[in-house]
Design a protein around this ligand. Structure first.
Ligand SMILES: [Zn+2]
Length: 632
């Protein structure tokens, strides 16, 4: 490969012979350098910096295999080198990469001051540490993923080498750029965008429409792709919600075997939600379009990138994730296409406003011609109540309900709203605004999802981050009790508690169980805090239906009267409201030359596009699914 030669030349121009380089390998978008003298890189930190700067790549230094101790010995040595205070929970060896994964509650102590401890590990064991944070409460999903990646590490190594071959293949010269809407345009759900040049074909997101169940509108228009699916070069995933990631395993079922780029928390949360999706459907005797095996296959192909890490994903495409402040690890995607011939930002779901969970959305980009922006709350009347006011009104409803012995049911997306509400409720308790006798139950995937949050404090708002780092995570506070399916009946009977349960749109899962049990009793309250998709049970209840047919456990159908109090608080939303979307476009730097609206009901995407054209003089359109747009 010509590029490998280029890489080797760059390395040789920086490091002296004494570095004893024994191998250079391309691993997907990264470069691995093997050396018989790792110390020289530790003594001269500029070496790695200079090589990375020249190549514009992440560079990993690894010790030559001849320096490796056997695993048992290495493990003992590591336990001696690392202070006990670091609280190592697990050590796994990735033989193919010459790496040792060290999971610890305090990763900073494994790294040491100026990286001193981790350098010592390489020099004394020959294994390069990959240091990851242990969640503050045990997480099955994190453990499962870490073990899965470890088990298939030699296969993963091969996958990365294959990916590198594609990334560094010949460029095609002068090129066109075209995008095709395959889902999520003039609707919410099944987001999917095909981006093509003469040389490259990638998908941005590939989701399902959970509110549409298994109907015709449930899945993206993959049948409109006029090439074999294995010709796709990459999939780029903005965030873990099912309407963005839910159909990616199906690509693997169809035979796709290429990279899926996302942030580390997105990988873990998406896996959690995909397994849950299969599970929830199975409990309703329905079959998911893919199996657990497809999800596990997908995991082998995931390449994680952090925010603002510039990454070549094809000879003519360079991608960067930016903070979208919507859920943990959520990103807007910047695409630099054909040596800058065109620059695209796909906002995906963004919250351009205050949240307790995340720092502010990124609005600065190096270059920008086309913006694809979400429009969930894009209509003129979509103005959310201010956050402070929302929290006060929410507190009042909760107090009124529990004081009369009723239960408060809050259907939440297990990823996102659940944690935002946990922070709000935990804050009430700390300020003494809720009677400490009132119990708060979390049911469904929320516990696992919250645990994943504690493994990635760097993705959280600074204050929350601090608390997690000090092992005072609000998500694992003792006020939250995990409800098992057996306990549900009792919780309902006892009354006077707050229940956070997924799914968020009453489309299955524990929230529906509770709803059926609580609906007929007027002293109970249902509080909607998130978006209710068209066609979902949540939307029906929210719009005021007074009775519904429901299927009982014995299979019989009965009429369910809805007598409980129904409230909606839009101020907790993880989506921007209309003024926030307008402010986002106004403050974006640089200004886009063209705007395409997506991720909203037809009337909203159309109205918002018209407004942008009129207000900012930027050509804006609400294209439809199956429309193609030539960007260059
Ligand atoms: Zn989302």
């Amino acid at each position: 490969m010509d590029y490998l030669k280029e890489v080797k030349e760059a390395i040789n121009s920086v490091v002296p012979k004494e570095a004893e380089i024994s191998g250079v390998e391309l691993e997907g978008p990264e470069v691995a350098i093997y050396t018989r003298n790792p110390k020289i890189f530790h003594d001269n930190e500029d070496f790695v910096k200079n090589i990375a700067f020249q190549l514009k790549k992440k560079v990993n230094i690894r010790a030559d295999k001849s320096l490796q101790l056997d695993q048992k010995e290495a493990k003992e040595k590591i336990m001696k080198i690392v202070p006990e205070d670091a609280q190592i929970s697990e050590i796994l060896f990735n033989d193919a990469f010459g790496e040792v994964v060290i999971e610890a509650l305090k990763p900073g102590l494994v790294i040491g001051k100026g990286g001193q401890t981790s350098k010592q590990i390489i020099q004394e064991t020959g294994w390069t540490p990959q240091i990851v944070r242990a969640p503050t409460s045990p997480s099955e999903i994190l453990k499962g993923i870490r073990h899965h990646l470890n088990k298939y590490n030699s296969e993963r190594k091969k996958i990365l080498e294959e990916t590198a071959k594609k990334i560094y293949s010949e460029k095609s010269g002068e090129s066109w750029v075209r995008m095709t809407a395959l889902g999520g345009f003039r609707q919410v759900g099944r987001s999917c965008i095909l981006l093509e040049t003469r040389k490259t074909k990638i998908l941005m997101d590939c989701g399902v429409n959970v509110a549409a169940q298994a109907g015709e509108d449930a899945f993206p228009f993959l049948d409109a792709i006029r090439f074999p699916i294995n010709e796709l070069d990459a999939v780029v995933l903005s965030h873990a919600h099912m309407d963005h990631c839910g159909f990616i395993p199906y690509l693997f079922k169809l035979g796709y075997r290429g990279p899926v780029y996302c942030t580390p928390p997105t990988r873990d949360l998406a896996t959690l939600l995909l397994f849950d999706y299969i599970d929830v459907l199975a409990k309703e005797n329905k079959e998911a379009p893919f199996s657990e095996r497809d999800v596990k296959e997908m995991l082998k192909y995931v390449i994680t990138r952090e925010y603002r890490e510039v990454t070549d994903i094809a000879p003519d495409m360079r991608m960067t994730f930016h903070n979208a402040a919507h859920i943990l690890g959520s990103a807007s995607v910047h695409m630099h296409i054909g040596d800058g011939a065109h620059n695209l930002v796909y906002s995906a779901d963004i919250k351009y406003g205050f949240t307790r969970l995340f720092n502010n959305v990124d609005i600065n980009y190096p270059r920008l011609e086309t913006l694809i922006v979400e429009s969930t709350y894009g209509a003129k009347e979509d103005v959310q109540t201010a956050r402070e006011e929302t929290e006060a009104a929410f507190l009042k409803v909760v107090q009124e309900t529990v004081n009369q012995g009723g239960n408060v049911l809050i259907p939440v997306f297990a990823v996102g709203r659940a944690q935002e509400l946990q922070l709000v409720i935990e804050n009430f308790y700390r300020r003494g605004l809720i009677n400490p006798e009132v119990k708060v139950y979390v049911d469904g995937m929320t516990k696992e999802s919250s645990a994943v949050h504690t493994a990635y404090p760097e993705y959280l708002r600074t204050g929350v981050q601090k608390r997690v780092l000090q092992n005072d995570s609000p998500f694992t506070s003792s006020i939250f009790q995990v409800a098992t399916p057996e306990e549900r009946k009792e919780i309902v009977q006892n009354g006077g508690s707050i229940i956070l349960a997924s799914s968020g749109m009453l489309t299955g899962g524990p929230s529906v169980h509770y709803f059926y049990r609580l609906a007929e009793e007027p002293r109970n309250t249902l509080i909607f805090v998130g978006y209710q998709g068209e066609g979902s049970l949540g939307r029906k209840v929210q719009s005021g239906v007074k009775s519904l047919p429901m299927t009982e456990e014995n299979g019989k159908t009965k009429k369910l009267n809805i007598n409980m109090r129904i409230e909606t608080f839009d101020g907790f939303s993880g989506h921007s409201d209309r003024p926030q979307l307008v402010a986002y476009v106004r403050n974006l730097k640089p200004k886009p030359k063209r705007i395409l609206t997506d991720h909203g009901e037809a009337s909203k995407t159309i109205e918002l596009a018209k407004f942008f054209s009129a207000k900012f003089g930027i050509s804006s359109q609400s294209i439809r699914n199956l429309d193609s747009v030539r960007l260059k």
